[in-house]
Design a protein around this ligand. Structure first.
Ligand code: URA
Length: 205
C-alpha cells in the first residue's frame, strides 16, 4: 500500500484531524457512514465532553450531539450553567456504527477494537486542545478516555487523574436517560448528569 500521510501523520491541527478522519481506514466503520464526525468547539476549551459515536442525525449533519441525545445534553448544560460554545464536544468513535432495521438505522455500540482504532483521533484532539477536564459520557467514552471500561454507576462524578495531567470524569450518557422508562429514574439520572457537569466547573477553578 502507498503511504497515506493524511491518515498516518500525527495531526498538527484540528484541520488535520478533520481531514484525517474523513480519510480514515483504521477500522471498517467508514464504509457504512455518511461521513466522519469530528469534535466541535474552541481550541481554547478547558472542558472536553466525549460521547460514544455519532448517531443517525449526527452522521447526516456531520456535527456531534445535534440529535435527541444532543438535546438532552444541551438542556443539562444549560441547567449546569455551562455555555456549550465554551466546550469542545466530541466522540470516542467518529463514524456511525449501525445496522438497518426497516427504513431506520439502528445504533450499534462500537467494540473495543473500534474504540482503540479511533483513539488515534481522540488522543490527537486531546493533545491539541489540552483541556483541564475531560468528561466521558457513558462506558464507551470512558474506555476511550481512561483506557479501561469504567463502572459508570459506581465511578460517576469521581475525579480521576489522567496520563496527560488533565482530570477525567465519567458520567451517564444522555441516551441512557432517554431509554429509561420510569419518570423518577429518568429525573434522577438527569440530576446525576447535571451534578457531574457542575463538578467539572469546580475542577477547573
Ligand atoms: N450520541 C453520542 O454519543 N454522540 C453523539 O454525537 C450523538 C449521540
Amino acid at each position: 500500500h502507498a503511504a497515506r500521510p493524511d491518515v498516518e501523520a500525527v495531526a498538527d491541527s484540528l484541520a488535520d484531524v478533520e481531514r484525517g478522519v474523513q480519510a480514515c481506514r483504521r477500522c471498517p466503520l467508514y464504509r457504512d457512514a455518511t461521513q466522519g464526525v469530528c469534535g466541535e468547539g474552541p481550541k481554547t476549551a478547558r472542558l472536553m465532553i466525549v460521547g460514544e459515536q455519532p448517531g443517525d442525525q449526527e452522521d447526516l449533519a456531520g456535527r456531534p450531539f445535534v440529535g435527541p441525545a444532543g438535546q438532552v445534553l444541551d438542556a443539562a448544560l444549560e441547567e449546569a450553567g455551562i455555555d456549550r460554545s465554551d466546550v469542545y464536544v466530541t466522540n470516542a468513535v467518529k463514524h456511525f456504527k449501525h445496522e438497518p432495521q426497516g427504513k431506520r438505522r439502528l445504533h450499534k455500540t462500537p467494540n473495543a477494537g473500534e474504540v482503540q482504532a479511533c483513539r488515534w483521533w481522540l488522543d490527537a484532539e486531546r493533545r491539541l486542545i489540552q483541556p483541564k477536564v475531560v468528561l466521558a459520557l457513558g462506558a464507551t467514552a470512558g474506555l476511550a478516555v481512561l483506557g479501561r471500561k469504567p463502572a459508570v454507576m459506581q465511578e460517576r462524578g469521581r475525579a480521576l487523574a489522567l496520563d496527560d495531567g488533565s482530570v477525567g470524569l465519567v458520567t451517564v450518557h444522555p441516551s441512557y436517560l432517554l431509554r429509561l422508562p420510569d419518570v423518577a429514574a429518568k429525573a434522577e439520572a438527569r440530576r446525576g448528569l447535571v451534578d457531574d457537569l457542575i463538578a467539572t466547573q469546580r475542577l477547573m477553578s
